[in-house]
Ligand binder design. Sequence first.
Ligand code: NAP
Length: 380
Amino acid sequence: MVRQLQSVFILGGYGNTGRLMARLFLTNTPVRVIIAGRNIHSVVQFQRQLQQDYSGDRVGVMSVDAADESGVAQALAGVDLLVVASSTTDQAATIARAALQAGCDYLDINLGSDKLRQLRAMENEIQATGRCFVTEGGFHPGLPAAMIRTAAEKMDRLEAAIVGSVIGIDWAKLTFSPATLTEFVQELMDYQSLEWVNGHWQKMRWNQAVRKVDFGGDFGIRSVYPMWLPELEPLPQSIPSLREAGFYVGGFNPVVDYFLLPLLWMALKIAPQRLSNPAGRLFLWGLQRYSKPPFGTVLLLQAVGKKADEPARFHLRLEHEDGYFLTAAGAVATALQILNGTRRKPGLWLQGNFVDTDRLWMDLKTMGVAVSASNAIDRN
Ligand SMILES: NC(=O)c1ccc[n+]([C@@H]2O[C@H](COP(=O)([O-])OP(=O)(O)OC[C@H]3O[C@@H](n4cnc5c(N)ncnc54)[C@H](OP(=O)(O)O)[C@@H]3O)[C@@H](O)[C@H]2O)c1
């Protein structure tokens, strides 16, 4: 059980994801929440809103810059879990060292190969100090590998597991820290279209890689493309029967996909440092100006394999109207398993490979995510 005396420190606590996480912690647990970021006015303003909505003295504030290791370590004194909801992938090692210094557990929702390298370089130290560090939390990364692990549990032999996504966000309603826009651009440059095909991670030709997925509801049939996530990497080893697997995303909107992205990609190849800020702003402009309804986020797992020697299928579908809510809920549901000790163990873990999946789907449902699963055995 998560205890009343436990405290969770949310770095980036007034950002788009951080503020949803703060509310989910306050609604679903008795913990104390500390909202942190560089801007003291934003921190205090959000604290006031939360104090109006939640009774008891459960919301603290801190003004910290992730780049200041000793400042972050001091701010973390007495904290049980640090949640990194800030766009601070460049400072991952600094933040992680501060957490180790303060002796607290760690969960981040960031993506990026450089961040993972920074944390993996500290893996032995994390293990030796007995801390539990979970990275790549949220929804993507965070949920696709967990969905595939669930399919493997439902079948005797899982052969193919494809997770498709619709990420329809009303970007015009959102504002971002400049650091987040720079990260968007880094993520685009990091994109890899690998999928697991016939026993190898492969980059297929574009026309072979594209898949049509029926997401149902308002979204219907959509084309999606592979997006490699580090959490997928261990799956073929833990599920040896798997011959086909991957995570697939749709585009943003035609102007961004066919005009802006190729342009930004070329510009960033030429001058990555100088152009990353303007590229981030231009990318956001394209998202805000041209993204159209229906808005909403769906993750759909389609798996095939064998159950009791019969061909079998399993589908798992997650939906929420707000993609940022799904990110926040995925991370908070994982945080609960660290705080209540059921999953907590020393080391560095990726959320998609770490989390107890049955409990995760239950907690997501409780938080308001539509979760549905269906099994079928194909009998001729
Ligand atoms: N895993 C997933 O499914 C998923 C989904 C969506 C987003 N994300 C990731 O989540 C992160 C946050 O995204 P968002 O949309 O919530 O961003 P956002 O709304 O722009 O919020 C970012 C927050 O980070 C804070 N911040 C930035 N630099 C900081 C620093 N040096 N020290 C302390 N705080 C700092 C910002 O405050 P100040 O600038 O005022 O300090 C702000 O509160 C990004 O890394 C994004 O890639 C992950």
